[in-house]
Design a protein around this ligand. Sequence first.
Ligand code: PRP
Ligand code: ZN
Length: 302
Amino acid sequence: MTTTKTRDRLRIAIQKSGRMADVSQDLLARCGLKFRQSRDKLFCFGESMPIDLLLVRDDDIPGLIAQGVADLGIVGRNVLAEQTLAARANGEAAPGVELRPLNTSRCRLSIAVPQEMEYENPQQLQGLRIATSYPALLGDWLARNGVEAKVVFLAGSVEIAPRLGTADLICDLVSSGATLAANQLKEAVVLLDSEAVIAGPEEVPLDERGELRELLLRRIDGVIQVRESKLVMLHAARGAIETIRAILPNAQTPTLLPIEGSPDQVALQAVCYGAVTWTHLEDMKRAGASQLLVLPVEKILA
Ligand code: PRP
Ligand code: ZN
């Protein structure tokens, strides 16, 4: 693959397989993008818009952005932060910046210690061996806490290092915590809260790709907003509306409509940008609402 200085098609790098692969494909599909997958399955041609996909290892995504091979990438904040720190340590420019958090694929980069160890403070880690795939982030944390420990780099299966005797503790991603529990380890310190993000160069490309990038980011904003949004509909007496409005979670200004044959009753509809729980509904019912309906929202263009 060659990199040209100007291109009229935008390229997005996403994870080929793994946790974020489905999340990334799903997000782009919701943005209205359709792709034809090539035979080698590394490149997908965009059919609905001039936006193509590169299917790669997540660890390669920041580098592809840095080289200008990809214009955007969907990657874990953990990978982006690690490679940004590493680049800085080598006197190089950051490979890309976080353009949008995607509020999905959440995990933590944490130091985990053997279950029998009582962790109280960073100084306890002095002189110990810590296995990790994140040497830059770990090294940075150790330096900030004035701890001298030996960082043992492992590309994968970090959690078995203490059992194998190659390290005393680990610094790895934790999501459900099942991997730690299965290896008799427990989370001691969170170094970074991570989630999937859209990354790209800080500078917007000056050719057609610039506009495509802005258009896609706006659609992504809409998709994220819609994910948790609900349309709430209900009937209530005019006098109860103020109390009910105060209960609606993160609602935009509601629409009030008259109800045929019931002059003192109105129908209310409002989009809520957040979860609408059973408790919210019960509170509204107590405040005088009836005929409560909560509907999923499919698209928002404000
Ligand atoms: C991560 C991490 C742990 C596991 C933690 O690996 O390295 O092994 O997830 O998840 P849990 O707390 O839900 O058990 P991942 O599956 O991303 O694979 P990788 O290490 O090969 O990147
Ligand atoms: Zn990985």
